[in-house]
Write a protein that binds this ligand. Structure first.
Ligand SMILES: [Zn+2]
Length: 398
Protein backbone atom coordinates (compact mmCIF):
# COMPACT_ATOMS: atom_id res chain seq x y z
CA UNK A 1 0.00 0.00 0.00
CA UNK A 2 1.41 3.46 -0.83
CA UNK A 3 2.17 5.83 2.01
CA UNK A 4 1.11 9.45 2.20
CA UNK A 5 3.95 11.93 1.65
CA UNK A 6 2.57 14.30 4.26
CA UNK A 7 1.31 12.20 7.19
CA UNK A 8 3.24 8.98 6.54
CA UNK A 9 0.22 6.71 6.96
CA UNK A 10 -0.90 4.05 4.47
CA UNK A 11 -3.24 5.27 1.74
CA UNK A 12 -6.25 2.97 1.39
CA UNK A 13 -7.84 3.13 -2.10
CA UNK A 14 -10.87 4.93 -0.68
CA UNK A 15 -8.65 7.73 0.76
CA UNK A 16 -6.45 8.17 -2.30
CA UNK A 17 -6.46 11.42 -4.30
CA UNK A 18 -5.19 12.91 -7.52
CA UNK A 19 -2.57 15.46 -6.58
CA UNK A 20 -1.34 18.02 -9.13
CA UNK A 21 2.45 17.92 -9.57
CA UNK A 22 2.26 21.72 -9.94
CA UNK A 23 -0.77 23.41 -8.35
CA UNK A 24 -3.73 23.67 -10.72
CA UNK A 25 -4.24 27.28 -9.60
CA UNK A 26 -1.03 28.36 -11.37
CA UNK A 27 -1.80 26.26 -14.44
CA UNK A 28 -0.44 22.78 -13.51
CA UNK A 29 -2.16 19.88 -15.30
CA UNK A 30 -0.45 16.57 -14.64
CA UNK A 31 -1.56 14.66 -11.55
CA UNK A 32 -0.26 11.74 -9.46
CA UNK A 33 -2.14 9.11 -7.46
CA UNK A 34 -1.00 7.06 -4.46
CA UNK A 35 0.83 10.12 -3.15
CA UNK A 36 -1.47 11.95 -0.72
CA UNK A 37 -4.59 11.13 1.27
CA UNK A 38 -7.64 13.03 0.14
CA UNK A 39 -7.61 15.01 3.42
CA UNK A 40 -3.86 15.74 3.26
CA UNK A 41 -4.31 16.84 -0.35
CA UNK A 42 -7.03 19.32 0.64
CA UNK A 43 -5.20 20.66 3.67
CA UNK A 44 -1.95 21.23 1.76
CA UNK A 45 -3.93 22.78 -1.11
CA UNK A 46 -5.66 25.28 1.16
CA UNK A 47 -2.46 26.25 2.99
CA UNK A 48 0.79 25.64 1.07
CA UNK A 49 -0.51 25.81 -2.50
CA UNK A 50 -2.84 28.71 -1.67
CA UNK A 51 0.07 30.74 -0.27
CA UNK A 52 2.11 29.99 -3.39
CA UNK A 53 -0.75 30.97 -5.70
CA UNK A 54 -1.23 34.25 -3.85
CA UNK A 55 2.44 35.19 -4.20
CA UNK A 56 2.41 34.31 -7.89
CA UNK A 57 -1.01 35.86 -8.67
CA UNK A 58 0.26 39.12 -10.25
CA UNK A 59 2.31 37.02 -12.66
CA UNK A 60 -0.59 34.63 -13.31
CA UNK A 61 -2.82 37.62 -14.16
CA UNK A 62 -0.28 39.33 -16.41
CA UNK A 63 0.61 36.15 -18.29
CA UNK A 64 -3.01 34.99 -18.51
CA UNK A 65 -2.69 31.49 -17.01
CA UNK A 66 -5.04 28.96 -18.56
CA UNK A 67 -6.37 26.86 -15.72
CA UNK A 68 -8.29 23.61 -16.10
CA UNK A 69 -10.72 24.68 -13.39
CA UNK A 70 -11.65 28.09 -12.02
CA UNK A 71 -10.23 31.49 -12.85
CA UNK A 72 -7.39 33.51 -11.40
CA UNK A 73 -8.92 36.02 -8.99
CA UNK A 74 -8.26 39.62 -9.87
CA UNK A 75 -6.42 41.57 -7.24
CA UNK A 76 -6.20 45.04 -5.74
CA UNK A 77 -3.05 46.93 -6.68
CA UNK A 78 -1.68 50.40 -6.01
CA UNK A 79 0.23 52.10 -8.80
CA UNK A 80 3.39 54.13 -8.32
CA UNK A 81 1.15 57.22 -8.64
CA UNK A 82 -0.96 56.03 -5.68
CA UNK A 83 -4.01 54.96 -7.72
CA UNK A 84 -6.02 52.09 -6.22
CA UNK A 85 -7.01 49.75 -9.04
CA UNK A 86 -7.94 46.16 -9.79
CA UNK A 87 -5.61 44.01 -11.86
CA UNK A 88 -7.53 41.72 -14.22
CA UNK A 89 -6.42 38.70 -16.24
CA UNK A 90 -4.51 39.89 -19.30
CA UNK A 91 -2.96 42.69 -17.24
CA UNK A 92 -5.85 45.13 -17.67
CA UNK A 93 -6.49 47.60 -14.90
CA UNK A 94 -9.90 48.68 -13.71
CA UNK A 95 -11.23 51.24 -11.21
CA UNK A 96 -11.39 49.59 -7.81
CA UNK A 97 -14.39 51.60 -6.63
CA UNK A 98 -17.09 53.46 -8.51
CA UNK A 99 -17.28 57.23 -8.10
CA UNK A 100 -20.74 58.54 -7.27
CA UNK A 101 -21.55 62.24 -7.46
CA UNK A 102 -24.85 63.51 -6.05
CA UNK A 103 -26.12 66.99 -6.92
CA UNK A 104 -29.27 68.34 -5.23
CA UNK A 105 -31.87 69.82 -7.59
CA UNK A 106 -35.23 71.43 -6.63
CA UNK A 107 -37.29 68.25 -6.78
CA UNK A 108 -34.66 65.67 -5.77
CA UNK A 109 -31.10 65.01 -6.84
CA UNK A 110 -29.10 63.95 -9.88
CA UNK A 111 -26.72 61.08 -9.44
CA UNK A 112 -23.72 60.68 -11.73
CA UNK A 113 -21.95 57.34 -11.61
CA UNK A 114 -18.47 56.64 -12.93
CA UNK A 115 -17.68 52.93 -12.77
CA UNK A 116 -14.93 50.64 -13.99
CA UNK A 117 -17.26 48.34 -15.89
CA UNK A 118 -20.89 48.02 -16.91
CA UNK A 119 -21.31 45.33 -14.23
CA UNK A 120 -19.98 47.70 -11.58
CA UNK A 121 -22.27 50.50 -12.82
CA UNK A 122 -25.23 48.12 -12.72
CA UNK A 123 -24.50 47.28 -9.06
CA UNK A 124 -24.50 50.97 -8.16
CA UNK A 125 -27.71 51.66 -10.09
CA UNK A 126 -29.47 48.70 -8.49
CA UNK A 127 -28.62 50.30 -5.15
CA UNK A 128 -30.01 53.64 -6.30
CA UNK A 129 -33.18 51.90 -7.48
CA UNK A 130 -33.83 50.61 -3.98
CA UNK A 131 -34.11 54.21 -2.82
CA UNK A 132 -35.74 55.52 -6.01
CA UNK A 133 -37.91 52.69 -7.46
CA UNK A 134 -38.67 54.72 -10.59
CA UNK A 135 -35.05 54.60 -11.77
CA UNK A 136 -34.78 52.65 -15.02
CA UNK A 137 -31.48 50.80 -14.63
CA UNK A 138 -31.36 49.42 -18.18
CA UNK A 139 -32.15 52.78 -19.77
CA UNK A 140 -29.47 54.46 -17.67
CA UNK A 141 -26.92 51.81 -18.69
CA UNK A 142 -27.91 52.04 -22.35
CA UNK A 143 -27.24 55.77 -22.23
CA UNK A 144 -23.88 55.38 -20.46
CA UNK A 145 -20.90 56.99 -22.07
CA UNK A 146 -17.83 54.84 -22.41
CA UNK A 147 -14.56 56.57 -21.65
CA UNK A 148 -11.10 55.13 -21.82
CA UNK A 149 -8.44 56.29 -19.45
CA UNK A 150 -5.07 54.98 -18.43
CA UNK A 151 -3.30 54.66 -15.11
CA UNK A 152 -0.82 57.45 -14.47
CA UNK A 153 1.53 55.24 -12.51
CA UNK A 154 2.70 51.70 -13.12
CA UNK A 155 2.02 48.53 -11.17
CA UNK A 156 5.07 47.22 -9.39
CA UNK A 157 5.40 43.44 -9.25
CA UNK A 158 6.90 42.14 -6.05
CA UNK A 159 9.50 39.51 -6.88
CA UNK A 160 9.87 38.40 -3.28
CA UNK A 161 8.93 34.79 -3.08
CA UNK A 162 9.14 32.00 -0.53
CA UNK A 163 8.40 31.39 3.13
CA UNK A 164 7.44 28.20 4.96
CA UNK A 165 4.10 27.67 3.18
CA UNK A 166 5.12 28.34 -0.43
CA UNK A 167 8.37 26.49 0.23
CA UNK A 168 6.47 23.35 1.17
CA UNK A 169 4.33 23.57 -1.96
CA UNK A 170 7.54 23.80 -3.99
CA UNK A 171 9.16 20.78 -2.32
CA UNK A 172 5.91 18.82 -2.64
CA UNK A 173 6.00 19.40 -6.43
CA UNK A 174 9.50 17.92 -6.73
CA UNK A 175 8.53 14.99 -4.50
CA UNK A 176 5.36 14.33 -6.53
CA UNK A 177 7.44 14.10 -9.72
CA UNK A 178 9.89 11.70 -7.98
CA UNK A 179 6.94 9.55 -6.93
CA UNK A 180 5.38 9.38 -10.39
CA UNK A 181 8.81 8.56 -11.86
CA UNK A 182 8.92 5.43 -9.70
CA UNK A 183 11.36 6.63 -7.07
CA UNK A 184 10.35 5.31 -3.62
CA UNK A 185 9.60 8.47 -1.65
CA UNK A 186 10.87 6.83 1.59
CA UNK A 187 14.34 7.53 0.13
CA UNK A 188 13.52 11.25 0.00
CA UNK A 189 14.20 11.77 3.70
CA UNK A 190 15.06 15.48 3.52
CA UNK A 191 11.88 16.30 1.64
CA UNK A 192 9.67 14.17 3.89
CA UNK A 193 11.22 15.72 7.03
CA UNK A 194 10.54 19.21 5.69
CA UNK A 195 6.94 18.44 4.71
CA UNK A 196 6.13 16.70 8.01
CA UNK A 197 8.00 18.82 10.56
CA UNK A 198 7.13 22.51 10.90
CA UNK A 199 10.59 23.23 12.42
CA UNK A 200 12.65 21.39 9.80
CA UNK A 201 15.31 23.28 7.81
CA UNK A 202 14.12 24.12 4.28
CA UNK A 203 15.62 21.59 1.86
CA UNK A 204 15.85 24.02 -1.07
CA UNK A 205 17.47 27.27 -2.12
CA UNK A 206 17.23 29.71 -5.01
CA UNK A 207 19.54 29.16 -7.94
CA UNK A 208 20.63 31.81 -10.45
CA UNK A 209 24.32 31.07 -11.10
CA UNK A 210 23.50 29.82 -14.58
CA UNK A 211 20.44 28.55 -16.42
CA UNK A 212 20.00 24.83 -15.65
CA UNK A 213 17.23 24.51 -18.27
CA UNK A 214 18.51 23.38 -21.68
CA UNK A 215 16.27 24.12 -24.64
CA UNK A 216 14.35 26.87 -22.86
CA UNK A 217 11.89 28.42 -25.33
CA UNK A 218 12.66 32.16 -25.49
CA UNK A 219 10.29 34.55 -23.71
CA UNK A 220 8.15 31.70 -22.31
CA UNK A 221 6.95 32.00 -18.66
CA UNK A 222 7.90 28.37 -18.13
CA UNK A 223 6.75 26.18 -15.25
CA UNK A 224 9.19 23.34 -14.74
CA UNK A 225 9.79 20.51 -12.26
CA UNK A 226 12.71 18.12 -12.58
CA UNK A 227 14.40 15.41 -10.55
CA UNK A 228 17.74 13.64 -10.83
CA UNK A 229 18.55 10.73 -8.48
CA UNK A 230 22.25 9.89 -8.75
CA UNK A 231 23.66 6.75 -7.04
CA UNK A 232 27.24 8.07 -7.43
CA UNK A 233 26.67 11.13 -5.24
CA UNK A 234 23.75 9.59 -3.34
CA UNK A 235 21.84 12.82 -3.97
CA UNK A 236 18.22 13.01 -5.06
CA UNK A 237 18.02 16.52 -6.47
CA UNK A 238 15.02 18.43 -7.69
CA UNK A 239 14.43 21.66 -9.57
CA UNK A 240 11.31 23.82 -9.54
CA UNK A 241 10.75 26.93 -11.63
CA UNK A 242 7.66 29.17 -11.83
CA UNK A 243 6.93 31.50 -14.78
CA UNK A 244 10.55 31.31 -15.92
CA UNK A 245 11.38 33.63 -13.00
CA UNK A 246 11.43 31.88 -9.63
CA UNK A 247 14.04 29.11 -9.72
CA UNK A 248 14.96 26.74 -6.89
CA UNK A 249 17.07 23.63 -6.42
CA UNK A 250 15.72 21.07 -3.95
CA UNK A 251 17.61 18.31 -2.17
CA UNK A 252 15.08 15.55 -1.61
CA UNK A 253 17.49 12.99 -0.10
CA UNK A 254 21.20 12.18 0.32
CA UNK A 255 21.44 8.40 0.55
CA UNK A 256 20.04 7.32 -2.77
CA UNK A 257 20.39 3.68 -3.73
CA UNK A 258 19.20 2.57 -7.14
CA UNK A 259 19.62 3.30 -10.83
CA UNK A 260 20.16 6.82 -12.12
CA UNK A 261 16.69 8.29 -12.50
CA UNK A 262 15.82 11.56 -14.23
CA UNK A 263 12.52 13.19 -15.11
CA UNK A 264 11.24 16.59 -16.23
CA UNK A 265 7.73 18.02 -16.35
CA UNK A 266 7.53 21.45 -17.98
CA UNK A 267 4.65 23.40 -19.44
CA UNK A 268 3.59 26.74 -20.82
CA UNK A 269 0.99 27.95 -18.28
CA UNK A 270 -0.64 30.21 -20.88
CA UNK A 271 -1.77 27.17 -22.86
CA UNK A 272 -1.24 24.18 -20.54
CA UNK A 273 0.86 22.52 -23.22
CA UNK A 274 3.78 20.36 -22.16
CA UNK A 275 7.22 21.64 -23.22
CA UNK A 276 10.27 19.46 -23.92
CA UNK A 277 13.31 20.72 -22.04
CA UNK A 278 16.23 19.15 -20.17
CA UNK A 279 17.44 20.21 -16.73
CA UNK A 280 21.04 19.89 -15.55
CA UNK A 281 21.27 19.01 -11.86
CA UNK A 282 24.92 17.99 -11.54
CA UNK A 283 25.52 19.34 -8.02
CA UNK A 284 27.44 17.75 -5.18
CA UNK A 285 26.92 17.95 -1.42
CA UNK A 286 29.02 21.15 -1.12
CA UNK A 287 26.92 22.79 -3.86
CA UNK A 288 23.73 21.85 -2.01
CA UNK A 289 25.04 23.50 1.18
CA UNK A 290 25.95 26.65 -0.76
CA UNK A 291 22.49 26.69 -2.38
CA UNK A 292 20.81 26.38 1.05
CA UNK A 293 22.96 29.24 2.35
CA UNK A 294 21.73 31.63 -0.40
CA UNK A 295 25.18 31.66 -2.01
CA UNK A 296 23.74 30.78 -5.43
CA UNK A 297 20.92 33.31 -5.30
CA UNK A 298 21.29 36.54 -7.28
CA UNK A 299 18.70 39.33 -7.22
CA UNK A 300 20.06 40.89 -10.41
CA UNK A 301 19.83 37.64 -12.37
CA UNK A 302 16.31 37.08 -11.07
CA UNK A 303 15.44 40.52 -12.39
CA UNK A 304 16.95 39.57 -15.76
CA UNK A 305 14.89 36.36 -15.85
CA UNK A 306 11.82 38.49 -15.12
CA UNK A 307 12.66 40.94 -17.92
CA UNK A 308 13.15 38.12 -20.41
CA UNK A 309 9.55 36.93 -20.00
CA UNK A 310 7.83 40.13 -18.91
CA UNK A 311 9.08 42.50 -21.62
CA UNK A 312 7.42 40.50 -24.41
CA UNK A 313 4.14 40.15 -22.50
CA UNK A 314 3.94 43.91 -21.99
CA UNK A 315 4.56 44.39 -25.70
CA UNK A 316 1.73 42.03 -26.60
CA UNK A 317 -0.63 43.68 -24.07
CA UNK A 318 0.13 47.02 -25.67
CA UNK A 319 -0.49 45.70 -29.19
CA UNK A 320 -3.80 44.12 -28.11
CA UNK A 321 -4.89 47.38 -26.46
CA UNK A 322 -3.96 49.40 -29.56
CA UNK A 323 -6.04 47.04 -31.75
CA UNK A 324 -8.96 47.34 -29.38
CA UNK A 325 -8.78 51.14 -29.25
CA UNK A 326 -8.54 51.42 -33.03
CA UNK A 327 -11.47 49.04 -33.59
CA UNK A 328 -13.72 50.69 -30.98
CA UNK A 329 -12.84 54.20 -32.11
CA UNK A 330 -13.41 53.37 -35.74
CA UNK A 331 -16.76 51.71 -35.02
CA UNK A 332 -17.84 54.76 -33.07
CA UNK A 333 -16.68 57.08 -35.83
CA UNK A 334 -18.44 55.11 -38.60
CA UNK A 335 -21.66 55.07 -36.60
CA UNK A 336 -21.67 58.81 -35.91
CA UNK A 337 -20.09 60.49 -38.92
CA UNK A 338 -23.44 60.93 -40.69
CA UNK A 339 -22.67 58.62 -43.60
CA UNK A 340 -25.38 56.44 -45.15
CA UNK A 341 -24.78 52.65 -45.19
CA UNK A 342 -23.40 51.29 -48.51
CA UNK A 343 -22.96 54.83 -49.86
CA UNK A 344 -19.64 56.55 -50.50
CA UNK A 345 -18.76 59.01 -47.77
CA UNK A 346 -18.69 62.67 -48.69
CA UNK A 347 -15.67 64.79 -47.86
CA UNK A 348 -17.66 66.25 -45.00
CA UNK A 349 -18.46 62.77 -43.60
CA UNK A 350 -14.83 61.78 -43.90
CA UNK A 351 -13.62 64.83 -42.02
CA UNK A 352 -16.17 64.15 -39.30
CA UNK A 353 -15.15 60.49 -39.16
CA UNK A 354 -11.52 61.40 -38.62
CA UNK A 355 -12.32 63.89 -35.87
CA UNK A 356 -14.57 61.38 -34.07
CA UNK A 357 -11.86 58.73 -34.35
CA UNK A 358 -9.30 61.11 -32.86
CA UNK A 359 -11.71 62.07 -30.02
CA UNK A 360 -11.83 58.43 -28.97
CA UNK A 361 -8.33 57.27 -29.70
CA UNK A 362 -6.21 60.21 -28.51
CA UNK A 363 -6.00 59.07 -24.84
CA UNK A 364 -4.24 55.89 -25.95
CA UNK A 365 -1.70 57.71 -28.12
CA UNK A 366 -1.10 60.11 -25.25
CA UNK A 367 -0.68 57.20 -22.84
CA UNK A 368 1.93 55.38 -24.91
CA UNK A 369 3.90 58.42 -26.13
CA UNK A 370 3.65 60.75 -23.14
CA UNK A 371 3.04 63.61 -25.60
CA UNK A 372 0.67 66.55 -25.09
CA UNK A 373 -3.03 66.21 -26.00
CA UNK A 374 -2.54 68.17 -29.23
CA UNK A 375 0.50 66.17 -30.34
CA UNK A 376 -1.17 62.85 -29.44
CA UNK A 377 -4.25 63.88 -31.43
CA UNK A 378 -2.06 64.57 -34.47
CA UNK A 379 -0.70 61.03 -34.23
CA UNK A 380 -4.23 59.58 -34.03
CA UNK A 381 -5.27 61.65 -37.06
CA UNK A 382 -2.18 60.60 -39.01
CA UNK A 383 -2.94 56.97 -38.19
CA UNK A 384 -6.57 57.08 -39.29
CA UNK A 385 -5.85 59.01 -42.48
CA UNK A 386 -3.31 56.33 -43.40
CA UNK A 387 -5.82 53.56 -42.64
CA UNK A 388 -8.48 55.26 -44.78
CA UNK A 389 -6.00 55.86 -47.60
CA UNK A 390 -5.05 52.19 -47.80
CA UNK A 391 -8.58 50.85 -47.32
CA UNK A 392 -10.00 52.33 -50.53
CA UNK A 393 -9.89 55.54 -52.45
CA UNK A 394 -13.52 56.39 -51.65
CA UNK A 395 -14.50 54.90 -48.26
CA UNK A 396 -18.00 53.44 -48.14
CA UNK A 397 -19.85 53.34 -44.88
CA UNK A 398 -20.10 49.69 -43.79
ZN1 LIG B 1 -1.95 11.76 4.69
Amino acid sequence: MPICAICGQDIAPADDSEEHILPGAIGGRRTVGGFLHDGCNHRSGHTWDAALEKQLRPLALHFGVKRQRGRTLRMAVTTTAGENLLLNAGGQLEMARPEIKRTPIPDGETIAVKAGSIAQARDVLEGVKRKYPKVDVEAALAGAEIQRSYAKGVVRIDLNFGGPLSGRSLVKSALALAHVTGLPIVQCRDALAYLRDADAEPCFGYYYVDDPVDGRPPAMPLHCVAIDANPETGLILGYVEYFGIHRAVVCLGRDYVGDRLKAVYALDPRTGETVEVAVRLDFDVADVRAIYDYERDDAEKRQQAFGAVFGPVLGSHQAAERDRVVRDSLNFAWANCGGVPDQPLTAEHLAKLMELFADRATPWWKHVTGLSDAAARQLALAYISQVLAVTQSTPVKP
